[in-house]
Design a protein around this ligand. Structure first.
Ligand code: ANZ
Ligand code: ZN
Length: 845
């Protein structure tokens, strides 16, 4: 009996599959299609560790599963190679990013290929290839022409270490997402994309998507839609009012002071009337020195009572509450942000937690205007006194929910919801919608990115490069380190930067900023549908056939960046008629991380990296694949265990040796084949039982794969093998059932199953991966069995399923065929057999 030589088998089949091209995708639009996509990696210098392929293993399994269902599969791979990670690596290792990227891609590809993936490499793309980024630049031009790309000089996030501006999405808790440096605000010239114009559609269309609720929720929060009102508060002795944005206009009668952001432009305009200007100026200065982190912590501190008296009253001016014409004080305080709403608020301490804490700090009036009692009837009941209501409201917390109005003049007793409109109308305000989402800061002052295809002309202004001149290639230069001047290193290359204006043909200069690392990944999934097209972004017919991506698998860290940017570009491409569908990714599955054995993240820094190459060498690609799918629920984090990987290896060893029991020759007529040297004993019942468990397994595994429950699918395969083995000693081997088992295992362990299939399924066998997925027969699944307990001398030794109507005679035959019972009995022969129908059989020896 030969042993399971994974090295030989895996190499052999990988070669064979490449040669026969079984994974090559055809644009055969007669068959139904299925598009399975991985989030493509950026090829870092460290190569892959065992955590990286987890998602790729899942898409490989899923796409094989779908292929066996007759779908035409698109399962491509490529490289996201522009941007800071690649460039910072290049600078650190003093190797040109272009060369580093080439080297890293080669290494990545080697590592992926030994895992036996079914990628169609003929569609491979690379975002840094001019033939690819030509079209990234083309999309930018279309955005520019539609007025969705614009120049801005607003202060933006600046990382002093990466020496570039960043988008809001690149900042995490005030730190640069790439390098952890505290982000500053710096005014500079920028190219911005008007993603805010798509905010409502990005929000609404989320409903149609089959995505994890948590990712949808992150997108909703990031977009941050709020319905509210804009209300103007007149200022005493001043011509301009202060406008506020409020989600609670129903509380207007309770607004007892106002707060404006220290940076608000009106603050400077009030200067001549403010008595305590020095104090105000100081506070404004102090606010400016605060970092983004300190600024966002203010709200938390305020609520925790730690903020002290942060804020200054603007003495000498007052605002007028437009609802009741009462004069109220105005403050500046940094808990009000300059760039949200109007940068000014009406404060309602009775009904907002931050306002309440602030009012307590400054001893300001707290006026309840919303009663949160059970019903309006309760308030109107005689005996429900003002005093009782007050005690409810003064319990120490703001009442932030809805209710019925009081202390609000003619609006008393109205429901908050109705009062929102009524009061806004009463004071001449207007209902509006606000978003947290900001336009996308789209330029970087770095070298390693797509050049922005624009020209600056003294006469014509900003002029787009004609489409026929694309791509504007990134020049090959020696010195590519960031300059820190707010210009990219491209600004120093006279030969590249000096050009002619496409309009007036006068001397002009190229735009030197490059695109952010998110540009190429915002549309790459489209390019796979037609990756070689030289004339267009993609052929619309091919796109129509392949799009949308049916299943997209990747990490949740992309929830609010890549997945929002790509949806935005896609919707834009839809609007200009370049694509056929409104959403790019129909179903999304989240991958849970694989942590190191020590429970930490796998990282070179911690020295706890496990290399997939070593594992493949030691236990084989099939075992590694099985282990990563068996390690726990797919979308949850799990810790690696090098000892644990031996479990799946032993399972495959058992599959291998079980298969060896079959004779090479077989008869097509029979359900079963003989085991070399043993006599066949068969009953109708045991055939039925093995069929039953096999069909139960088909059903369960099909469901589990569909739902990404790979770990339980593998458990079920293990159960089925146990069941086969229980009958093995008797000589009852069921060829057709074992072949079904191989097909069910094939997506998980493509090499060993291909090898066994080629040996056992018949001389003319084609690849198991081109076989049809087995269908289960419901007749085997009816609940017509029970679990028979088998005892030897009163001790339980085995249990297995038998038909409800099993006779004692049949039960005995089945029992003596069981491996465990043979072992338990040894050479002793039974003296007495007790059979209790529907329960047990006891053999006394
Ligand atoms: C009065 C009020 C009364 C408010 C009340 C709330 C509760 P979201 O849901 O996040 O949109 N606000 C408005 N602009 C702000 C700014 N620039 N900085 C800080 N806070 C600001 O929240 C909108 C609410 O946040 C607005 O409604 C406003 O406070 C505050 F019982 O107005 B509200
Ligand atoms: Zn940085």
């Amino acid at each position: 009996m030969s042993f399971y030589n994974h090295k030989k088998i895996e190499k052999r089949w990988q070669k064979e599959w490449a040669k026969s091209g079984i994974y090559k995708t055809k644009d055969n639009i007669k068959n139904p299609k299925y598009y399975v996509l991985d989030m493509f990696p950026y090829p870092s210098g460290e190569g892959l560790h065992v955590g990286h392929p987890k998602g790729y293993i899942a898409t490989d399994i899923y796409s094989r599963f779908k292929k066996m269902h007759g779908f035409n599969i698109l399962h491509p791979m490529g490289w996201d190679a522009f941007g800071l990670p690649a460039e910072n690596f290049a600078i650190k290792n003093k190797i040109h990013p272009k060369i580093a990227v080439e080297k890293n891609i080669k290494r990545f590809k080697e590592q992926l290929s030994i895992l036996g993936f079914n990628y169609d490499w003929s569609r491979e793309i690379n975002t840094t290839d001019p033939a690819y980024y030509k079209w990234t630049q083309w999309i930018f031009l279309q955005l520019f022409k539609k007025g969705l790309a614009y120049e801005s000089y607003e202060p933006i996030n600046w990382c002093s270490s990466c020496q570039t501006g960043l988008a809001n999405e690149d900042v995490e808790d005030g730190l640069c997402e790439r390098c952890g440096t505290v982000v500053e605000k710096k005014p500079m010239r920028q190219w911005m994309l008007r993603i805010t114009k798509y905010a409502d559609r990005l929000l609404k269309d989320l409903e149609k998507l089959d995505w994890p609720e948590s990712i949808k929720e992150s997108q909703r929060n990031w977009i941050g839609r709020s319905e509210g009102a804009l209300i103007k508060f007149p200022i005493s002795n001043f011509q301009f009012p202060i406008e506020v944005f409020t989600t609670r206009p129903d509380t207007l009668f309770g607004a007892t002071y106002m707060v404006v952001a220290p940076e608000h432009e009106l603050v400077q305009k009030f200067k001549s009337q403010i008595q305590n200007w020095k104090e105000v100026e100081n506070y404004v200065k102090k606010t400016k020195e605060k970092t983004e982190i300190e600024r966002t912590a203010v709200e938390k501190d305020l609520l925790a009572g730690k903020a002290g008296k942060t804020g200054v009253e603007l003495k000498g001016i007052k605002a007028v509450n437009p609802a009741n014409n009462e004069e109220i004080p105005i403050f500046i305080a940094d808990y009000v942000l300059a760039h949200y709403g109007t940068g000014a608020i009406m404060a309602v301490p009775a009904h907002d937690d931050r306002d309440l804490q602030f009012a307590l700090n400054f001893d300001l009036k707290i006026k309840p205007v919303i009663a949160q009692v059970g019903s309006i009837i309760e308030i109107q009941t005689p005996g429900f006194s003002e005093a009782k209501l007050k005690s409810i409201l003064e319990s120490g917390f703001a009442h932030t929910g809805d209710g019925f109005l009081l202390n609000s003049g003619k609006f008393d007793s109205m429901k908050s919801d109705d009062a929102k409109n009524a009061i806004t109308k009463f004071v001449g305000g207007k209902m509006t919608v606000q978003y947290k989402l900001r336009d996308w800061v789209f330029s970087r002052q770095r070298y390693w990115g797509e050049p922005i295809p624009l020209v600056h002309c003294a006469k014509c202004g900003v002029v787009p490069v004609p489409e026929k001149d694309l791509p504007i290639k990134l020049p090959a230069i020696k010195s590519y380190a960031p300059t820190g001047t707010g210009e990219s290193p491209l600004a120093d290359i006279a030969k590249w930067i000096n050009t002619k204006c496409p309009k007036c043909k006068c001397k002009a200069k190229r735009e030197t900023n490059t695109m952010p690392q998110w540009a190429g990944s915002s549309w790459y999934y489209l390019r796979y549908t037609d990756s070689k097209n030289k004339k267009a972004l993609i052929d619309k017919k091919k796109e129509k056939y392949w799009s949308p991506v049916d299943l997209y698998v990747g990490g949740a860290e992309h929830a609010t960046r890549h997945l929002i940017y790509a949806r935005f570009w896609h919707k834009f491409l839809y609007d200009i008629g370049a694509v056929n569908y409104k959403e790019p990714f129909q179903r999304l599955q989240q991958v849970g991380l694989i942590m190191a054995e020590d429970g930490r993240k796998m990282s070179k820094r911690f020295g706890n990296i496990i290399n997939p190459d070593d594992m493949v060498e030691k236990v084989g690609a099939d075992t590694l694949r099985m282990y990563e799918m068996f390690i726990g629920p797919f979308d949850q984090a799990a810790s690696w265990s090098t000892a644990g990987i031996m479990g799946p290896r032993r399972f495959l060893d058992r599959v291998w040796s079980f298969a060896q029991k079959f004779e090479k020759t077989y008869t097509k007529k029979n359900y079963y084949v003989s085991v070399a040297g043993t006599k066949i004993i068969t009953t109708k019942e045991n055939i039925k039982l093995v069929c039953r468990i096999t069909h139960k397994t088909i059903k369960k595994i099909s469901q589990d794969i569909n739902e990404f429950h790979f770990n339980t699918a593998i458990s079920q395969l293990m159960i089925l093998l146990n069941e086969f083995e229980s009958y093995a000693l008797t000589g009852q081997l069921f060829r057709s059932e074992f072949l079904i088992f191989l097909k069910l295992l094939a997506p998980f362990a493509p090499h060993i199953t291909e090898e066994l299939w080629s040996r056992l399924s018949g001389r003319t066998a084609k690849s198991i991966h081109l076989e049809k997925w087995p269908a289960f027969d419901p007749k085997f699944l009816e609940e017509t069995t029970f679990e028979l307990i088998v005892q030897v001398n009163g001790k339980m030794r085995d249990k297995f399923e038998v038909p409800i109507a099993v006779s004692q005679k049949e039960a005995e035959v089945l029992t003596f065929m069981r491996k465990k019972i043979k072992i338990a009995l040894g050479d002793k022969s039974p003296r007495k057999i007790i059979f209790i129908p529907h329960r047990l059989i006891n053999i006394v020896v």
